[in-house]
Ligand binder design. Sequence first.
Ligand SMILES: [Zn+2]
Length: 101
Amino acid sequence: METCTHRLPATVTLARDRGSVTLGWADRSGRVTAATLRGACRCAWCTQARRRGQPVGAAEAITAFEPMGGEAVHIVFSDGHRTGVFPWDFLSDLATMEPTP
Ligand SMILES: [Zn+2]
């Protein structure tokens, strides 16, 4: 089986305050905040809440960041939400792209 890894970051750095994650590739880097990730969570619970027009919750920090193979990462947020799984592609899209100096 072939795995597409071209968008897999080379480095993933959790900020000291755990409020954001910086993804680094060979030619660029991007930062995404815990609040953005929490608001963009695509788990069944959040998807349903969003569909009903309910708030999906908010978090200012990432409690755990656990890569699941080369496809996605499981993120636990400071508000206790722990069902979020973020594909690297999705994280890459969310990250604010900054060219590497
Ligand atoms: Zn969720």
